[in-house]
Design a binder for this molecule. Structure first.
Ligand SMILES: Nc1ncnc2c1ncn2[C@@H]1O[C@H](COP(=O)(O)OP(=O)(O)OP(=O)(O)O)[C@@H](O)[C@H]1O
Ligand SMILES: [Mg+2]
Length: 512
């Protein structure tokens, strides 16, 4: 220890000993004193043991910028002696070999004809972890916005491509060669629509139809499918504890989520190994390490998927949830599986974490907020049978000319009478005319001027009780800004086929 004879010496000594930062003293090229915090930080047994170690052994051979630690340490100390003090970041090595980041402050203290260095180390591990979590979250947000934008624009294009192709297929029945060309367009178009749907899922802007389900039931129903997917040589276990495990989710999305995890496990195990899916209730009290997004304390249903496949390389781990990140050869993977899983989990209010050891296996953990038990009459309505066509007149509001023409064609071919309005203002005028005579209002949501939701609200306020079906390229985003849809309003997501559109129009008419 530094000895002195002033009356404040004891005070400084106490401070040196009690502070939470690691304090040391360098004389020449050795540490000659340190406090208990240093011993704890470096995980040594005693202070004596630590002080006997050569300082070089307390750092890895190289720093993160690639420079040899010894050479760089000499330079840092020289700067501190010259300038009086010097602050910088450094990688240290604990007794158990773990390398960790610290902030170092060196202060030169002249003692007679020598210069001692007073050293403070502040552990940066937690700060670095927070910084990288924040960076990850920001990156995922940015990717989400990007993919939502792409999905939105592509959806509008796909409405036109797939819709016209579908009409052509119908028209070309007596010209098989041309018809098969149109069928090819339709096939490629619907593959594109699938990709866009996955992007929408990732960006958390798809329309979910959540209801309260027992995750145990969902898993039990899927067990057969998961086994078939994983293959015969994989030992697959599917279990649920603490039933019932109520969660508020879109069951179709959860099915997709489980299948994506199972497909990845199968690929990682090369068709042979152990795959285990398990759901159980867990109470989250404090921040749970390893989760991509922090969860508020509460009760969750945790779904874990564990395989003993290849594992994920540490350098790949930060990227696996990014859309189009794949380590599989072209044609074997698009890299959208986990991006979709991530989006579904986040949109359902949950969080996901992954731990993986290269060569040993991987564990995904998905936390979904536990929901209240459903009321007895909360059963989902049975799928409505497709109603017989009743001749009906539809007011179609669409600001994009090409889409308007196409949708009109789709509807007219199904026997509906269609009047097109190019915007909300025109539609209101038509609805306000004496005896307008429409049976359904079919409107795009996003339009310049009066948008679809304003249109519905204004029409309702004016006493119009028409059933309404809205269309949009990315409705969930819009709804998030606007609150819920007005009551009793249906929504169909672009791109839709003529078949879907006509079915939804009939359903809306039936309900009225
Ligand atoms: N269980 C797992 N074991 C090992 N690696 C995995 C596992 N799950 C995912 N990965 C890694 O994460 C990458 C991304 O997975 P993701 O499901 O998003 O895409 P993909 O499987 O490559 O393609 P896609 O799912 O679109 O067919 C994979 O390419 C793989 O490297
Ligand atoms: Mg996959």
């Amino acid at each position: 220890m530094v000895h002195g004879d002033g009356p404040g010496d004891d005070l400084y000594h106490q401070y040196f000993e009690r502070t939470g930062d690691a304090f040391l003293v360098i004389e020449g090229d050795r540490f000659v004193a340190c406090n208990e915090a240093t011993v704890r930080l470096l995980r040594y047994g005693t202070r004596e043991e630590l002080l006997q170690v050569h300082p070089a052994a307390l750092s890895p051979e190289f720093q993160s910028d690639g420079r040899p630690s010894r050479e760089k340490a000499d330079e840092m100390m020289a700067i501190a002696r010259e300038r009086g003090s010097h602050r910088f970041e450094w990688d240290h090595r604990r007794a158990d070999g773990e390398v960790f980041p610290v902030e170092v402050l060196l202060t030169a203290v002249p003692r007679g004809d020598r210069v001692m260095l007073h050293v403070v180390w502040r552990d940066l591990t937690d700060r670095r972890r927070l910084e990288s979590d924040l960076q990850q979250a920001q990156k995922m947000e940015a990717l989400g916005r990007l993919s939502a934008g792409i999905a939105h624009d592509f959806n509008n294009l796909l409405v036109a491509i797939n819709g016209h192709a579908e009409l052509l297929v119908g028209d070309l029945a007596d010209r098989p060669e041309e018809q098969s060309c149109a069928e090819e367009i339709l096939r490629a178009g619907s593959r594109a629509a699938d990709l866009v749907a996955q992007l929408l899922a990732f960006s958390r802007r798809q329309v979910l139809r959540p209801r309260t389900v027992d995750l145990g039931d969902v898993l039990a129903e899927m067990a057969g499918m998961v086994r078939r997917l994983a293959g015969e040589a994989v030992v697959t276990e599917v279990e649920a504890d603490d039933r019932p495990l109520w969660v508020m989710v879109d069951p179709g999305q959860v099915t997709q989520l489980v299948l994506n995890l199972a497909a990845n496990a199968r690929d990682a195990m090369g068709g042979r190994g152990n795959f285990r899916l398990r759901a159980a209730r867990v109470v989250v009290e404090a921040a749970t390490p390893g989760l991509r997004d922090e969860l508020p304390p509460g009760t969750y249903v945790c779904l874990t998927a564990v395989d003993d496949g290849t594992g994920i390389a540490a350098s790949d781990l930060p990227h696996i949830f990014e859309p189009f990140f794949t380590t599989k050869t072209a044609g074997r993977g698009t890299g959208l599986g986990l991006a979709t899983v991530y989006g579904i989990v986040r949109q359902s209010g949950g969080s996901i974490g992954v731990t993986s050891n290269d060569g040993v296996g991987t564990c995904f953990a998905i936390y979904l907020p536990e929901a209240a038990a459903p009321a007895a009459d909360d059963e989902p309505p049975a799928e409505a049978p497709v109603a017989p066509l009743k001749p009906a007149s539809i007011l179609l509001v669409e600001d994009e000319d090409a889409t308007g023409r196409l949708v009109r064609m789709m509807l007219e071919r199904a026997g509906f009478a269609v009047k097109v309005a190019a915007g909300g203002e025109e539609a209101l005028a038509l609805l306000g005319a004496p005896a307008p005579g429409y049976d359904l209002l079919l409107s795009d949501i996003v339009m310049p001027g009066i948008d679809g939701i304003e249109l519905v609200n204004l029409a309702r306020a004016a006493g119009c009780t028409l059933p309404v079906l809205l269309t949009s390229g990315y409705p969930a985003e819009f709804l998030a800004q606007r609150g819920d849809l007005p009551a009793g309003i249906d929504l169909i997501q672009k791109p839709f086929s003529a078949h879907d559109l006509v079915r939804r129009v009939r359903e809306a008419l039936e309900r009225s």
